[in-house]
Design a protein around this ligand. Structure first.
Ligand SMILES: [Zn+2]
Length: 250
């Protein structure tokens, strides 16, 4: 199978499959739903950190010198900080506002569509670098998108959307990953020289999501048992990346 078909399959799985998986999880009762979505979030923390530090950064450093790689990662982190700040500015009208609590539904959808588009570009750039990198980057995207979309679904329902409408909007925002990913695939294939830079920014995106979005969410939970589960699942997430890397040494 050629690289484009792999990419297309991965984009569809990450962009639309994650919506399908998360909406089928909605059939579970609330207690199990919260549990499973929490566990996926913890695992995603590990796979995102693992993919960025064990997969994407070393991969970018094979073409660029390490000094350039870390400069692009650093720049990427600042870029994502600014991007998230802009989304917050556009959504918050009162002083103490958290994105998840007060953001208007349309901004949630637009913000996630932007995030999903970036995930799509990351997947395309990874498959163009190597099939192995593509596969574990896709796993990382899938694992953090399912709890993310479950959360979005809850916000949309709370703001008065019907289930059908909420699902439709989630699918629309998920398909931005497919559209952006396909566009990026052809652009990057054409201008191969920018792939390692894209991979470095992708690492920044993964680090940012793990450290600035997922981990603060995990710290809301302070019970000993749940905290132990968090640590174990983060390590399992990293191990998944390590093992899939170990079997594909180049
Ligand atoms: Zn994502």
């Amino acid at each position: 199978m050629n690289t484009f078909l792999y990419t297309l399959f991965a984009l569809t799985a990450a962009g639309i499959g994650s919506v399908a998986l998360s909406s089928s999880l909605l059939l579970l009762n609330n207690k199990w739903l919260a549990k499973i979505s929490g566990y996926l979030l913890y695992l995603a923390g590990g796979t995102l950190l693992g993919s960025a530090l064990l997969g994407l950064i070393p991969e970018a450093a094979e073409t660029l010198c390490i000094h350039d790689v870390v400069m692009w990662v650093l720049g990427g982190i600042i870029l994502f900080f600014i991007l998230e700040k802009i989304i917050l500015w556009r959504t918050c009208h009162d002083e103490n506002c958290e994105r998840q609590n007060h953001a208007a539904a349309p901004m949630i959808i637009i913000g996630d569509a932007i995030h999903n588009a970036i995930d799509g570009v990351v997947i395309a750039a990874s498959f163009l670098t190597s099939k192995e990198l593509g596969i574990f980057v896709t796993i990382s995207v899938l694992l953090h998108e399912i709890p993310q979309e479950l959360g979005d679904f809850g916000i949309l329902l709370k703001s008065g959307y019907s289930r059908k409408k909420a699902l439709l909007y989630n699918i629309l925002s998920g398909s931005s990953a497919v559209v952006a990913g396909i566009a990026a695939y052809f652009l990057l294939e054409y201008v191969e020289a920018i792939i390692p830079y894209t991979i470095a920014i992708a690492a920044a995106s993964f680090l940012y999501v793990a450290l600035a979005d997922l981990i603060p969410e995990m710290h809301k939970e302070t019970k000993l048992k749940e905290s132990a589960i968090q640590i174990i699942l983060i390590i399992i997430g990293i191990a998944i990346i390590l093992l899939s890397k170990g079997t594909h040494q180049h």
